[in-house]
Design a protein around this ligand. Structure first.
Ligand code: AMP
Length: 249
């Protein structure tokens, strides 16, 4: 069984995001970039399935600029066998990423595609669902537990009401939740070994996919600053302020 895992390079989740002065986006120059957090869970799960003997190969794929290759390299350092880097500049919207992934799936013929549930930069939560529609494959989104059975997957999903257990046939798309597992750290020897693992590079245009944005971003702005709070000296004063000033009781 072959597992393809989509990994995206995003601004590190610890970075305090700054909006550009002209409102055209967020500052990315000299900002720490990392793998989108749920994509780390997706790689971890694929590697664990391979270690359990149920998969034979894990392939990490990314779509993005030259430096996006670092994300694939990191996946190789934690156990993926080989990588694919589809080069594309600028903002690549979920529809373009899913069309690119569709081409990669048609070429590689994996049994499973693992992805993150959502990218923390665009918060779209669309790419997995679009890929499933393009391929006409079953999908399990927000997976917090995955069990591989013969030709099927049992997946526990995080939903508003609690946990839902579903069964889907393979080949399938699974988008991974942060609660799925604890991603491992790459050890130094494995980082060194990963340098020798192959990464195939190609351009999005070689795959015949148009990556021009379909959405025009009009403006990006900081959320409004919260006003400072005040301290009250008694419960009576608090009640009075809630009643007369905030008018909430
Ligand atoms: P999104 O639909 O943008 O929230 O992204 C959902 C998931 O799709 C991510 O967690 C990744 O697994 C995958 N994905 C999105 N964009 C890319 C990209 N440029 N390269 C590789 N994977 C991506």
């Amino acid at each position: 069984m072959k597992i393809l895992v989509a990994v995206k390079r995003v601004i590190d989740y610890n970075v305090q995001i700054r909006v550009k002065e002209d409102g055209t986006g967020v500052v990315t120059d000299n900002v720490k970039m990392s793998t989108n957090p749920p994509d780390d869970n997706a790689i971890e799960e694929a590697v664990k399935i391979k270690e359990s003997g149920k998969a034979t190969e894990v392939i990490a794929v990314t779509v993005g600029e030259e430096k996006a290759q670092e994300t694939v390299r990191k996946a190789l350092a934690v156990g993926a066998d080989r990588g694919i880097h589809v080069k594309a500049e600028g903002i690549i919207e979920p529809i373009a990423v899913s069309k690119i992934l569709q081409k990669i799936v048609e070429k590689e013929k994996p049994d499973l595609v693992f992805m993150g549930k959502q990218a923390i930069d665009d918060d779209c939560n669309q790419t997995g669902q679009m890929l499933s529609a393009l391929l006409n494959w079953p999908q399990a989104t927000f997976a917090s537990k995955i069990e591989v059975k013969d030709g099927k997957l049992e997946v526990i999903r995080e939903i508003d009401e609690g946990l839902e257990t579903i069964e889907i046939n393979t080949p399938a798309i699974v988008t991974c939740d942060l609660r799925l597992n604890e991603p491992r750290y790459a050890s130094l020897p494995n980082i060194m070994k990963a340098k020798k693992k192959p990464i195939e590079q190609m351009n999005a245009s070689d795959l015949g996919v148009d990556t021009a944005p379909k959405i025009q971003q009009i403006k990006v702005e900081e959320p409004p600053k919260r006003k400072a709070g005040i301290k009250v000296s008694s419960v009576a004063e608090l009640v009075q302020k809630l009643k007369n000033e905030a008018k909430v009781i």
